[in-house]
Write a protein that binds this ligand. Structure first.
Ligand SMILES: Cc1cc2nc3c(=O)[nH]c(=O)nc-3n(C[C@H](O)[C@H](O)[C@H](O)COP(=O)(O)OP(=O)(O)OC[C@H]3O[C@@H](n4cnc5c(N)ncnc54)[C@H](O)[C@@H]3O)c2cc1C
Length: 467
């Protein structure tokens, strides 16, 4: 249970700022190793973007659309067996666009079959493609783009580029112009065994994680926005929040990397060279979502778990970001999502730019949100005719909403582009005791990326404190 901020001690070994999956994992690992950890979260609940909200008996998940099988091992090893046991596969992934319509289990075997039978690619080419992408790692050549990778294996085949890229763009905001490794690593993770989800919903997962944090002795405070990370003589001394100073030997910021550098830490704590590198960081895009709740007692047909839909002629990263994009993913949550709760909810997700929403006057903003809901209902009707009559709650979130709840620069859903990773990884070389964890560089993004990054950073902090 969170404790009131007024009851915190004067000092801790480590303070973790922010409780996204990266922050939660770092806090948990460090407490497990015996350090005294204080976790401070600005929102009233833990989880960051791994969150949910309730309306009229509906529970809407924000970022529980699908993650790779790697979560099973990661959760077992770094959280606990009970968390691991709730991970289940989503077997029915649907693509529907003017170039092709198909269903898949989203794994290597099925993709190979589809590439061979639907897209008529020789199996030897498909196998070569899989061998190359699954062999990619962080230390590879980073100059090749995803577009170049696709052109090498499937030249001029915009339909195949769409099939391979569209889900990954939704999963981490990457485009055809990003380094091919940001595609290869994430795509191969999914291709391992398919797409998975957490049975019981995000609320159950975060509840189980909070229990584990408590067992390991983490002190948790919510509704606490950290205003400043205190640095003296090149070393972290603690934080300031609500006008109170708390001392610590190390601070791990799970706030965005740009927030951490520009808003939480004094600029003079960093070298000019580091600030120059930080200035080059490009923020990844944000999202829009429309939440739709089916009336209690009503049901809908099984039309798939995750539907990648579009009426745009071809895949185009710019079209995907347009405020009136013709492309969206529907996540359909059947009663199996939360066994025992006989409810259906649907979430439409779109990638989006902060500027397109932030600059609207209030009346226009509300009007655009209503249009977004209307377009989502119209598009959903293609798969579930007449569904609007069964829906008793609709609500929209925009990049402004994501910014408000997480404080992330431009409401970014997936941190930063590739260059953010190096800055995040080197911040502790600039300021002794200051660490960053959270979505950066596309690779360290998503539920699995954020948790795995939390483990890496907890090892860094542990070594620092023991050195
Ligand atoms: C719409 C959407 C859909 C997504 N779908 C998926 C999906 O299906 N699968 C998947 O794997 N990933 C998905 N993601 C991405 C995934 O949710 C994130 O990559 C991951 O949860 C980010 O974790 P994080 O550790 O970077 O922290 P975040 O979740 O970004 O959390 C950071 C936390 O820090 C807190 N904070 C910031 N500044 C301060 C401060 N000064 N003081 C105190 N607290 C502070 C914030 O309030 C927040 O709680 C989705 C994201 C979005 C937005």
């Amino acid at each position: 249970m969170p404790v009131p901020f007024t009851q915190t001690k004067e000092t801790y070994d480590i303070i973790v700022v922010g409780s996204g999956l990266g922050g939660l994992t770092t806090a948990n690992r460090l407490a497990y190793c015996g350090h005294k950890v204080l976790l401070l979260e600005h929102h009233h609940r833990l989880g960051g973007l791994a969150t949910w909200f309730k309306r009229r008996g509906h529970i809407f998940d924000i970022s529980l659309h699908g993650f790779p099988y790697g979560m099973v091992k990661t959760c077992k090893k770094y959280w606990n067996k009970e968390i691991m046991q709730s991970i289940v596969q989503l077997k029915n992934i649907v693509f529907d666009n003017p170039q092709f319509s198909l269903q898949t289990t989203f794994d290597r075997e099925d993709f190979t079959h589809i590439l061979e039978t639907v897209f008529k690619i020789p199996v030897a080419t498909v196998n070569r493609f899989f061998t190359v992408v699954s062999g990619m790692n962080f230390y590879d050549d980073q100059t090749m783009t995803t577009r170049e990778l696709f052109e090498e294996f499937f030249p001029g085949r915009s339909d195949i580029h769409r099939f391979l890229m569209e889900p990954i763009t939704y999963a981490n905001g990457s485009t055809l112009e990003d380094p091919a490794i940001t595609y290869g690593i994430v795509f191969s993770n999914f291709m391992n065994k398919g797409v998975f989800t957490f049975e019981g919903g995000t609320d159950k997962l975060i509840g189980m994680m909070a229990d584990e944090l408590e067992r390991n002795g983490v002190t948790i405070c919510t509704n606490v926005k950290v205003d400043k990370i205190i640095v003296e003589k090149g070393k972290v001394r603690g934080i300031e929040a609500h006008g109170k100073t708390i001392g610590s030997k190390a601070v791990v910021s799970n706030s965005g990397i740009t927030n951490t550098i520009y808003n939480l830490t004094e600029r003079n704590a960093f070298s000019e060279e580091f600030l120059e590198k930080a200035a080059a960081i490009r923020i990844n895009n944000s999202s829009c979502q429309v939440y739709m709740g089916i009336k209690e007692g009503e049901g809908i047909n099984d039309v798939g778990d995750l539907l990648f839909t579009s009426t745009a002629a071809e895949f185009d990263s710019t079209e995907l970001l347009d405020r009136e994009t013709k492309s969206k993913t529907f996540s359909i949550y059947y009663p199996k999502t939360r066994p025992g709760l006989n409810r259906y909810t649907i979430v439409a997700s779109m990638n989006s730019r902060y500027e397109d929403w932030a600059e609207l006057e209030e009346d226009r903003y509300q009007e655009e949100k209503r249009s977004l809901i209307a377009r989502s209902l119209r598009d959903l009707d293609r798969y579930l005719p007449g569904v609007a009559q069964k829906i008793d709650w609709t609500e929209a979130a925009t990049p402004k909403t994501f910014n408000r709840y997480t404080l992330h620069t431009s409401g970014t859903s997936f941190g930063t582009k590739f260059e953010g990773l190096d800055v995040s990884r080197s911040i502790f070389k600039e300021v002794a005791g200051l660490f960053h964890v959270g979505s950066v560089g596309i690779i360290m993004s998503g539920w699995l990326g954020a948790i795995n990054y939390g483990v890496i950073v907890s090892n860094d902090v542990d070594s620092y404190l023991r050195s």
